[in-house]
Ligand binder design. Structure first.
Ligand SMILES: [Zn+2]
Ligand SMILES: [Zn+2]
Length: 286
């Protein structure tokens, strides 16, 4: 994996969103493992250890995949990009032709797009993600989708535990109109109420919203990946080789192992530059 030279967020929006992610992931882990689970099962219960295993696995995969997404250089910059001799180079953006990027002053391959925030052309660019402060493209698409998958699983897991903890285990403290009001206006209430209970409500709410948000994103990006498209190619089926091949295009040749850890090597079947053969194969299979 090529490391990005400048991986710190470049805009205030990116910095705030990335800092929020870097803080909320360990806070939620601490809250579930040290507050919620021992409160549900009792301090000495064996179930605390049983919950700790999946919680550690989730924490590891979310953090490591997020870090890999941020660190991975998916730009055209350090690549030897050379357009084939007989190819027509267009000036505008297109998913199927080579183009000349006026900002980078270089030719850029099909499926690449220039990102104004990152300041580079990105190979098979999907979108710019504010929560990681970088572009999602050919080389870090794998880490991004696994990161998203585990975020959805973790927020769902945490929300189930939190609902049980707040409405049943600590029901007498939380089952009242004030709690409901605080859930609807958590930040406003935080100003006048700084008790621990209020912070628990904020973590509860963030996980509930996170579960819905990551669920929608997972379905959206999952459908695009399985149909061989990126965000810019919503109406284009030029690279659709069938669900399994499309999945391999993102997760690599050892796709079935990538869910275990971002450290497992899984070579991508394409270099992110030459897509001509893929286009021909896709049009043959239609
Ligand atoms: Zn460019
Ligand atoms: Zn970008």
């Amino acid at each position: 994996m090529k490391i990005r030279r400048r991986f710190l967020p470049r805009t205030i929006q990116d910095a705030v969103a990335t800092a929020f992610m870097a803080a909320i992931i360990p806070i939620t882990f601490w809250f579930e493992v040290y507050v919620v689970i021992p409160d549900i099962h009792g301090a000495d219960s064996i179930y605390n250890w049983i919950h700790l295993m999946p919680a550690l696995f989730l924490l590891f995969n979310i953090s490591a995949n997020m870090l890999a997404t941020v660190m991975c250089d998916t730009s055209c910059q350090n690549e030897i990009v050379q357009a084939p001799a007989n190819v027509v180079i267009s000036a505008g953006g297109s998913s199927i032709s080579w183009r000349l990027c006026s900002t980078c002053e270089a030719v850029a391959p099909p499926r690449s797009w220039h990102c104004n925030t990152c300041g580079v052309c990105v190979l098979k660019r999907d979108h710019h993600c504010v929560f990681t402060g970088c572009c999602i493209g050919h080389k870090n698409h794998r880490y991004f989708i696994v990161f998203l998958l585990y975020l959805f699983i973790a927020t769902t897991y945490a929300s189930i535990l939190n609902n049980y903890f707040m409405w049943f285990v600590r029901g007498e403290e939380f089952r009242n109109w004030t709690s409901l009001l605080k859930i609807v206006f958590p930040l406003a209430m935080l100003v006048i109420d700084t008790s621990t209970k209020q912070y628990y409500l904020v973590i509860y709410l963030i996980n509930m919203v996170g579960m819905c948000f990551t669920g929608v994103l997972l379905v959206y990006h999952g459908k695009l990946i399985l149909s061989g498209r990126v965000v810019h190619e919503r109406n284009c089926r030029d690279y659709d080789l069938g669900p399994m091949e499309n999945l391999r295009m993102v997760l690599g040749k050892r796709w079935h192992l990538t869910w275990l850890s971002p450290f497992i090597l899984s070579e991508l079947p394409h270099n992110g530059i030459n897509w001509d053969s893929i286009q021909q194969e896709a049009s043959k299979s239609k």
